[in-house]
Ligand binder design. Sequence first.
Ligand code: G1P
Ligand code: ZN
Length: 542
Amino acid sequence: MTVQTVTTKPIAGQKPGTSGLRKKTPVFMGPHYLENFVQSIFDVVGAQGKTFVLGGDGRYFNDRAAQVILRMAAANGAARVIVGQGAILSTPAASHLIRLNKTDGGIIMSASHNPGGPHEDFGVKFNMANGGPAPEGVTEAMFQRTLTIGEYRIVAAQDVDLGRIGRSDLAGMIVDVVDPVTDYAALMETLFDFPAIAAMFKGGFRMRMDSMCAVTGPYAVEILEKRLGAGKGCVVNGTPLPDFGGMHPDPNPTWAKALMDEMFGQNAPDFGAASDGDGDRNMVVGHGIYVSPSDSLAVLAANAHLAPGYKAGLKGVARSMPTSAAADRVADALGIGKYETPTGWKFFGNLLDAGRATLCGEESFGTGSDHVREKDGLWAILLWLNILAVRKQSVAAILAEHWAKFGRNYYSRHDFEAIASDRADAMIGGLRASLPSLKGRVIEGMTIAGADDFAYTDPVDGSVSKAQGVRILFEDGSRIVLRLSGTGTEGATLRLYLERYAAGPGGLDLDPQVALAPVIRAAHALAGIEGFTGRTQPNVIT
Ligand code: G1P
Ligand code: ZN
């Protein structure tokens, strides 16, 4: 078969963010767009003689992009590519396959929780041999390569049959099409007490899993319905669709509203969960009670030893800076390490690789452990199920006991989406400039103890990441964090993170928006949100 060398020109803006390169689908489908970026990946990481994993979340263009990537891998001399059947792999399953097969990395086609479809989003991300997202040095090198690229290589060949499991040959490269679920499900069986969870379901425990027409459907059906006996119909929206059925596959109370309504309604199941486009995020809900991701991380850290995979205890707990300090309190009580990293899963990789942290989490519905190098939605859901099966209490009771013991970090994130980028930059710039003068100022009856722009020195490799978010700390332990999203594709998104600690007893069961009201007012006053953005209210509250 012939390798074609195609002449091309650099295309502006192929800069991968925290989670790979994400653009509108028509942009990705434009002439040479996908090809230029994939060639830049191979030019940076090298393909000759290497083995890669390939899969995606099933969104529009996933199948055709997979064929292009396979042809380019073959033309660039790759020895073997392991592909999920139908070009489907959840992000955590891809991470697992990279590690399990000791491959040289993998390409994941996903724009995570962003909507999919002909006019929505698409994305491509490279993960390293450890199974985790490429670090900044590598993605920056890929970006630099896109600026100088002059040609790409692709073989002229028919499509590989990705519908059929088994081995085939593509211009001398081995293509192994594997079941996307099997190895992942086997890993979950090693971590969790499946018989105990199955017994709980047998005893009448009821669960609803909303896969949001995205990638976890087949995983959830196999694991929850078939292996654990959660019952047929436990999983809803369980078929991955190219446009996610028009859903916005982001598991939070706003976008997973149907699940929230069911869990807060009459005759609600005992436990509800949802996951996102590519299966790395999760939301968990009890009967009549929502579990914030920050609280979820803390509860999982406090109870992980109840699951077989973590019975020896945790080495440490890591959270992103905007995530509430609830997990820190658990780490302190357990006498284990605690780490505060910038936003983005890649910052956990070194801590996991070095054996410093076992559990990691972000307030943005991401939770995971050292079993893979990505956050993992179904893993978090299964750990909750394992804990529920052992403790034999409701989600509400577990949370209440947790808060009574550790106090409660009231927490909320307010998102102001699609605001003008220049206004957002001006606002953050103004806030940065004011930081040195904030200390000692009293606002809403709270005294500012300090303010800074978060900088992180990686304890493993010493690398420094600056300007990761403005933090304003109050003497009573309350905290305001502001940063601009790095994953949006339209204008700017301001993320405002709000936190207030209540030690208890008493005052532990307020509505977070009520408990946080003075902190919210202080944030608006200090940042001048309305003046800069014209908005008084966020459009997403989590
Ligand atoms: C968002 C989340 C962040 C997460 C990232 C990728 O990034 O806030 O925690 O790691 O998506 O899932 P942001 O848009 O805030 O930059
Ligand atoms: Zn995701």
